[in-house]
Write a protein that binds this ligand. Structure first.
Ligand SMILES: [Zn+2]
Length: 206
């Protein structure tokens, strides 16, 4: 792509670093911003910078939160003996939308992926194991996407928790849950949480 301006080229390059944004889309977005009042670009830049600088994570579940303890963890009506293990905030939002889950979450912050240099130490797994050993949790539901990385992560955590009196289950496979949880429709996702199966059964099936 030939640019008539270095400023334009730089802006398009930065925009195209975002996932799912190719050079053409990046150019369209940048030109759109140029046509709009300068305030809009200012607000966009400010809100992203503020998010990046001020971002906090719940001290209990590691979900993105503006306060030390997120709304879900701070809610006394939630069942703290039931913990749903998810990859990131999108999964929490998707599961909350189903209205079918009254337990707590534990947000890992990603999946184990040797290809991308993500090991167990880069995720909040150790913290989950500590919570497991405290004895309050009766059941953990693995709700990671059913990819190889998701399976690896599930199995790693399962091994770490072995010997603890915690029931480990996984959201029902075989129901058409999309590759990523966020794409599953609410009814399907809600059903797969209610119809969760013991994790050991999912090992035998695969
Ligand atoms: Zn929380």
């Amino acid at each position: 792509m030939e640019f008539s301006s270095k400023l334009l080229e730089n802006a398009v390059y930065e925009m195209s670093q975002l996932p799912g944004i190719g050079k053409r889309t990046a150019l369209r977005l940048v030109l759109h911003l140029l046509k709009r009042p300068v305030d809009q670009t200012q607000h966009l830049s400010n809100s992203l910078l503020k998010l990046r600088n001020d971002i906090r994570f719940c001290s209990n579940c590691h979900n993105i939160s503006d306060v030390a303890l997120c709304e879900i963890c701070a809610n006394p009506k939630r069942d703290e003996s039931l913990v749903c293990v998810v990859e990131d905030v999108r999964d929490v939002m998707a599961i909350e939308n189903t209205g079918q889950f009254r337990g707590m979450y534990h947000v890992l912050g990603g999946k184990i992926s040797p290809m991308e240099g993500v090991g167990p130490q880069n995720l909040s797994i150790a913290d989950l194991v500590v919570k497991g050993k405290e004895g309050k949790i009766k059941e953990m539901i693995f709700a990671l996407s059913s990819t190889m990385e998701g399976d690896t992560t599930n199995f790693y955590i399962y091994k770490q928790l072995q010997g603890l009196p915690i029931r480990i289950s996984t959201i029902a496979r075989g129901i058409a849950v999309g590759d990523e949880l966020e794409y599953a429709d609410e009814v399907t996702l809600g059903r797969s949480i209610l119809n969760r199966i013991p994790f050991e059964n999912s090992l035998r099936a695969s």
